[in-house]
Write a new protein. Structure first.
Length: 154
């Protein structure tokens, strides 16, 4: 595992989680869970503000690292971190809901159904790196919401 050289690399790799040799996107997503567990307890406006700020900073860091490492480098996992925070926007507390939300996010991020795949292919730079994961997070949040509603009825 390579040591980060600067703050943009630390952010882009989410403290080095993206430097793991296998499945960096999955490890980046898992690495986001402790952050989620801390910020979910904050008021909703704070949760949104942190997610938005991390997305903005992540976009800058992802763009910088893409210029150094090439198109959409797998080591950049800040997009997975932000995508997971979007997925869990309803701030579930039950472990089952968090696991399902995480799995749904990874599914949409890997499979890349429209519009995720379209964004991934057509939007360049740091914005493109981040936007497809945000879209995957929105889709996962919607499916998680529907799933939780169905469980409440049964």
């Amino acid at each position: 595992m390579d040591k980060p050289r600067n703050i943009m690399e630390v952010i882009a790799t989410f403290f080095g989680a993206g430097n793991l040799p296998k499945a960096p996107g999955t490890f980046g997503t898992i690495a986001a869970l402790p952050l989620y567990l801390v910020i979910r307890r904050l008021p909703f406006a704070c949760y949104l503000a942190i997610t938005a700020l991390l997305t903005i900073i992540g976009t800058v860091a992802a763009g910088k690292m893409e210029r150094e490492w090439g198109k959409d480098p797998s080591r950049v996992v800040i997009d997975e971190v932000c995508g997971l925070l979007v997925t869990l926007i309803s701030r579930p507390t039950r472990l089952k809901d968090i696991i399902i939300g995480t799995a749904l996010f990874r599914f949409f991020d890997i499979v890349k159904p429209p519009p995720v795949g379209t964004i991934d292919k057509r939007v360049p730079g740091g914005i493109g790196i981040m936007a497809d994961d945000i879209a995957a997070g929105i889709m996962a949040a919607f499916v998680l919401h529907l799933t939780r509603k169905m469980w409440q009825r049964s």
